[in-house]
Design a protein. Structure first.
Length: 419
C-alpha cells in the first residue's frame, strides 16, 4: 500500500516537477536538454548494458574507479551511466568520453522507469551509495536483473528515517542482490532496516582507492608555482555551501592579519554558486582571482576554483585542506582526496554522511575537527606556521588511506561473479 501511495504521489507531483524544470531552465538552458530521458524516453540499447546509477557529481566521481575497473575487466559489455543532475552528467562525460553511454536517470514513476528499463535492457544495475528509489529497484528486479548497492553507507540518522517507512524500504532491500557496505556499522544498519544478512558484505569504501597520476601531480605543481606557492602558504576550502563561505572568508581574514601573503583557494560545491561566492569575496574587500578566467593569482588573497573536475588537482596545490559541508548540517563530503595527497585534513563537526571515514582519519591523527570559524582560523594558522607538523599530520592521513585500499577489487569481483 505504501509503495502504491508513493507512486501515486509521484505521478500527481510530476507536472509540477516538469514546470519547475522548465522554470530552472530559463536561467540554465542546459537543464532543458534531454528532458525526455527523465520520462524514460532514451535510445534503445542493441545489447544488454551494465547500468551504473550515481545521483549527483559526488557519487559520479566515486563511481569513476569502479567504472574504469569494469571496463578493464570486460570491455565487451557496454556501460550506461545515469545521473539526476546536470553537473553529475557533465562530470561523467568529462571523465569517460565515448567509453561509456550516458543518460539522465528517469523520474521514479512506474511509467518513466518502465520505459527506461525496456529501452536500455540492463544486464545489471549498480547503485552508488544509498539511492533507494522504489520504482527503479522494483521494476528492475521484476525483470530478474541483479541489483548491487555499492559503497553502501547508512548513517544512524538515515536509518531512523528509513525505519519509519519500513513497509516500503524492506521489500526494496530484499530485492537487492548484494549490499557492499563501507563498514560494519553500515552493514548492521542495512540489515536492521530489512536487508537479508546473506546479501550484505563489508568491503570497505572504494573511495580509499583514489589514484593521483603523475600528470595530475605535475599540473598541481605548475599551478602552485603560478600562484606563488614557493613564497606563500596556501590552504583550500573545498565543496563549500551556503552558510559556510562567510565563515571561511572571515577565518581567512584572521589568517591574513597574521600573514598577509596567505592564499585561500575556495571551491564551492555547486557551479551555480560560483558568481555568488565571487561577489561575496569582493564584498569582503579581498582581492580575487578566478580559475575559469585564467587569472594568475600570484598577488590575489583568494583564488576561486570555479571550474568542473579539477578539485582533486587543486587539493594538491594546498598545504592544508578544509572539507566543506561540515560547518553546517549538510553532513560533510569526501575527505579522502586531500588525505591521498598527504595533506592534513580539517572539517567542521557535521560529518554524519561519512562518519566512519572521518572516525578512521581522526583515530589515525590525520584529521582535525573545528567547531567554529575561530577554531578553523586557529588550526589552519598553527599548521601553516609549522609545516613540519602539517607534513606529519598529512602523512598520517595518507597512511589511513593506504591501509584501507583494496575495496575496489572486492567490489568488481563481487559484481562480475554475480552477473
Amino acid at each position: 500500500m505504501l509503495h502504491y501511495l508513493y507512486s501515486l504521489f509521484f505521478r500527481l507531483a510530476l507536472p509540477f516537477v516538469l514546470i519547475r524544470l522548465w522554470w530552472q531552465g530559463r536561467q540554465s538552458p542546459e537543464i532543458w536538454h534531454h528532458w525526455q530521458q527523465r520520462l524514460g524516453y532514451v535510445a534503445r540499447s542493441p545489447e544488454p548494458v551494465i547500468w551504473v546509477h550515481a545521483v549527483s557529481v559526488g557519487e559520479t566521481i566515486a563511481a569513476a574507479p569502479l567504472v574504469k575497473a569494469l571496463l578493464r575487466r570486460n570491455p565487451a559489455v557496454p556501460i550506461l551511466m545515469t545521473a539526476m543532475t546536470v553537473t553529475g552528467s557533465e562530470r561523467a562525460k568529462a571523465m569517460f568520453g565515448d567509453q561509456v553511454h550516458y543518460a539522465f536517470s528517469p523520474y521514479d514513476t512506474p511509467g518513466s522507469v518502465k520505459r527506461f528499463v525496456d529501452r536500455i535492457n540492463p544486464k545489471a544495475l549498480v547503485i552508488m551509495e544509498t539511492e533507494l528509489w522504489p520504482n527503479m529497484i522494483a521494476l528492475t528486479h521484476s525483470r530478474n536483473v541483479p541489483i548491487f548497492l555499492i559503497n553502501a553507507r547508512l548513517s544512524s540518522r538515515s536509518a531512523r528515517g528509513y525505519s519509519r517507512v519500513g513497509s516500503l524500504v524492506k521489500p526494496l532491500l530484499e530485492s537487492i542482490s548484494w549490499v557492499a557496505a563501507q563498514a560494519d556499522g553500515d552493514a548492521q544498519r542495512f540489515m536492521k532496516i530489512g536487508a537479508k544478512p546473506e546479501t550484505v558484505s563489508v568491503t570497505g569504501s572504494i573511495k580509499f582507492d583514489v589514484e593521483i597520476s603523475r600528470s595530475l601531480r605535475d599540473e598541481a605543481a605548475v599551478l602552485r608555482a603560478t600562484l606563488g606557492g614557493e613564497r606563500r602558504p596556501i590552504w583550500i576550502a573545498a565543496s563549500t555551501h551556503i552558510g559556510e563561505d562567510e565563515q571561511i572568508l572571515s577565518a581567512h581574514q584572521k589568517l591574513l592579519a597574521g600573514d598577509p601573503t596567505t592564499l585561500l583557494i575556495i571551491v564551492p560545491r555547486h557551479p551555480d554558486r560560483f558568481d555568488d561566492v565571487a561577489a561575496l569575496v569582493n564584498s569582503k574587500g579581498l582581492s580575487l582571482a578566478r580559475r575559469s578566467l585564467g587569472d594568475g593569482g600570484s598577488n590575489a588573497q583568494v583564488y576561486l576554483g570555479d571550474t568542473m573536475g579539477e578539485l582533486l588537482m587543486l587539493y594538491g596545490v594546498s598545504d592544508v585542506a578544509f572539507v566543506g559541508g561540515s560547518l553546517i548540517e549538510r553532513g560533510g563530503h569526501n575527505p579522502l582526496e586531500p588525505a591521498a595527497w598527504g595533506r592534513p585534513v580539517l572539517s567542521g563537526p557535521h560529518v554524519f554522511n561519512f562518519e566512519t571515514i572521518y572516525a578512521q582519519l581522526k583515530a589515525g591523527n590525520g584529521l582535525f575537527i573545528t567547531d567554529t570559524q575561530e577554531e578553523l582560523a586557529e588550526r589552519v594558522a598553527a599548521l601553516l606556521n609549522d609545516l613540519e607538523m602539517a607534513r606529519a599530520v598529512g602523512a598520517w592521513a595518507l597512511a589511513v588511506v593506504d591501509a584501507n585500499r583494496g575495496a575496489l577489487e572486492k567490489v568488481v569481483s563481487g559484481i562480475t561473479d554475480r552477473t
